[in-house]
Design a protein around this ligand. Structure first.
Ligand code: ADP
Length: 607
């Protein structure tokens, strides 16, 4: 027997390793806070009470892979129950992931179960948090089924009914809704904001490029010549002239003021550069190169807090209340409450419908199965609610494809990458289009290439200047190589062709003359600083340009041409501003300008 001891020990070690690696879903590590001398059970700082399941009270940690980084859960078990869960995850701190880090542990604690729903829009982070908690439990010798709860949440409890009154109710907490709420409050209104998701931001969070604005003080300070008229013309040309020119002019004329307003809010956009479809350097972005959406959403939500504007998260508007032909409120619901929000005016800022495949296929059956870059809340609710009151729709079939979407993650590669000098090549390693053309043109050109995809190619110099790239790297969608030839090999491209393409391009930059495709912007830097990078991209649904018909005061217009009293709309929920193709940088100026106008008009209406 003695001679088999070593072999038996080895088998036991292998079995144990197998259980640790494969027994706990995708968990990469599983480390207790303090190890114990009791086999298989880790004992934490809390003491040694043995609970009914035979697990000692204590503090246990577990780790899992999240949205591009590790998530660590520290679980306190006491009396057979989880009494505390702390989760940290550096890479989950931005945007939706942070909501999962906050919400999932609370749900697990409340239900004493791991059978809880993921936070919508943050599935990867939610699962990572659950995996980390599972790992911590495993280190305590517990399995999920040993927990006493069944995940039942507040939904099984009878709902309360609440009536809330305000001057103005804003539906939707993206950029347009938050701009409206802040402006209404600044004007003196008693305003509340309702948002159906557990977090603010909507599609706005995903805006990475910047905000177009003309005749701004930043342009003047940087010696950039630009005019409101040129801005109007570029937007009309980009939109194939089907845009409503009055709305476009209103947007352009108010754009510089909107930049000043953002300055006052503490959200300056001082960096001015070129973007596709713009004649002059007009796209304004944050100094530090961060994505404009996340930057503004943070600034706006801080301002909502500072101004003590009530925000109802997880609260979905389902119906507009109409009395004597006027909109006087909103019916909404949360998990535990049915709300009647009574108001003197309502602002619809619910965004577009790019995340509602059924809805966009109604208008554009050809888009079935196309990936979307949209936030999960972009389901067209506001359009449906307004339509039920007779609102007219414009350009509803105009849906924008973005040419640079990484298909596995649906992650959008910002136009800023091309604006800062990146090129697009096909699988043969050749450029095929002026990369700065409008989104529809570049998307169409990509769909003509072999495999209907392309690669965005850039260098270290570009990466250093654009923070957004780090997010792509974190998500493992960037191929990196020390030389152009090496990069080509990694993406199955002919090295000589890609080298030749880069050589020709760098000469074009040096001469400021792109003989092949006539590109004349985004040519400040060549691509010559190693390492080199590539991201594989194809078109994805990006923006629904059509929507509710509004006038220049953001009033909602009915099919008979009259306005719906008390109802205003702003942002992606509206149509007419972008025509048949939205220019990069115009979504952000649209939401800020019309968000503010909707609030001002609503306040005037109340007066
Ligand atoms: P915009 O750019 O026009 O501001 P966003 O997509 O950024 O549009 O924001 C719209 C917001 O409206 C999203 O956060 C979305 O979740 C929210 N929303 C959509 N439908 C509803 C609804 N029925 N009730 C409350 N909020 C909604």
């Amino acid at each position: 027997m003695e001679k088999y001891k070593g072999l038996i020990s080895l088998i036991l070690v292998i079995v144990l390793m197998f259980v640790v690696v494969f027994g706990v879903r995708t968990v990469s590590q599983n480390k207790p806070a303090e190890s114990s001398d009791t086999a298989g059970v880790s004992v934490g700082v809390g003491g040694d009470n043995v609970n009914l399941s035979g697990v000692k009270d204590g503090v246990y940690t577990g780790e899992a892979q999240g949205f591009g980084g590790s998530v660590v859960a520290t679980v306190t078990i006491s009396g057979g129950k989880i009494t505390d869960i702390q989760v940290t995850g550096d890479s989950e701190t931005e945007g939706l992931g942070s909501v999962a880090v906050e919400k999932i542990p609370a749900k697990v604690l409340a239900s004493n179960s791991l059978q809880v729903d993921a936070v919508s829009g943050a599935t990867i982070s939610s699962n990572a948090v659950l995996d980390a908690i599972t790992a911590a439990l495993a280190s305590a010798g517990l399995t999920p089924d040993m927990l006493s709860g069944d995940g039942a949440s507040a939904s099984s409890v009878e709902k309360k009914n609440e009536v809330v009154e305000a001057d103005i109710v804003v539906i939707g907490g993206g950029g347009a809704g938050m701009s409206s709420a802040i402006t209404a409050k600044q004007a003196g209104a008693d305003v509340i904001l309702i948002e159906k998701m557990p977090y603010l931001g909507g599609n706005t969070t995903k805006a990475t490029g910047g905000m177009n604005a003309a005749e701004t003080h930043y342009q003047a300070e940087q010696g950039i010549e630009d005019t409101i008229d040129q801005f109007v013309e570029d937007t009309m040309v980009g939109g194939k002239e089907i845009n409503n020119i009055d709305l476009v002019r209103t947007m352009a004329e108010n754009s510089s003021d909107a930049i000043d307003w953002l300055d006052e809010l503490g959200a300056p956009l001082p960096k001015v550069s070129f973007s596709g479809g713009a004649t002059n350097a007009r796209i304004h972005s944050p100094e530090d190169g961060s994505g404009v959406g996340e930057y503004l959403v943070k600034a706006f939500s801080d301002k909502l807090d500072e101004m003590q504007i009530p925000v109802y998260l997880d609260t979905k508007a389902t119906e507009l209340i109409v009395e004597d032909g006027k909109v006087t409120g909103v019916i909404a619901e949360s998990e535990d409450c049915n709300y009647t929000f009574k108001a003197k005016a309502v602002i619809l800022a619910t965004g577009g419908f790019g995340a509602n495949e059924e809805m966009y296929c109604t208008y554009r059956p050809d888009l079935k199965g196309t990936v979307t870059t949209n936030a999960p809340g972009a389901t067209g609710d506001g359009i449906v609610m307004a339509q039920s009151l007779g609102a007219d729709l414009v350009d509803i079939e105009q849906i924008q494809l973005h040419p640079t979407v990484e298909q596995a993650t649906s992650m959008l590669i910002t136009e800023g990458v091309r604006g800062d000098g990146a090129i697009l090549v096909n699988q043969s390693g050749k450029r095929f289009i002026n990369e700065m053309k409008t989104r529809d043109v570049v998307s169409a050109a990509e769909l003509e290439q072999e495999g209907q995809y392309a690669y965005v190619i850039f260098d270290q110099n570009l990466r250093d200047g654009l923070k957004a790239i780090e997010k792509y790297v974190k998500n493992n969608i960037v191929v990196e190589a020390a030389t152009i030839e090496e990069l080509a090999k990694q993406i199955d491209m002919d090295p000589a062709t890609l080298s030749e393409t880069l050589k020709t391009w760098n000469e074009a930059v040096a001469n400021q003359n792109d003989e092949e495709f006539g590109r004349d912007t985004g040519m400040e830097h060549d691509l010559s600083v190693a390492p080199y990078y590539a991201i594989k991209v194809a078109p994805g649904i990006h923006h629904t340009m059509g929507g509710i018909k509004i006038d220049v005061k953001s009033q909602v217009i009915k099919t008979d041409g009259t306005v719906i009293p008390g109802l205003f709309a702003a942002g992606e929920v509206c149509g007419g501003i972008h025509g048949a193709n939205r220019i990069g940088g115009n979504a952000v100026v649209d939401i800020v300008v019309f968000g503010r106008i909707a609030a001002e008009s609503a306040w005037d209406y109340i007066q």
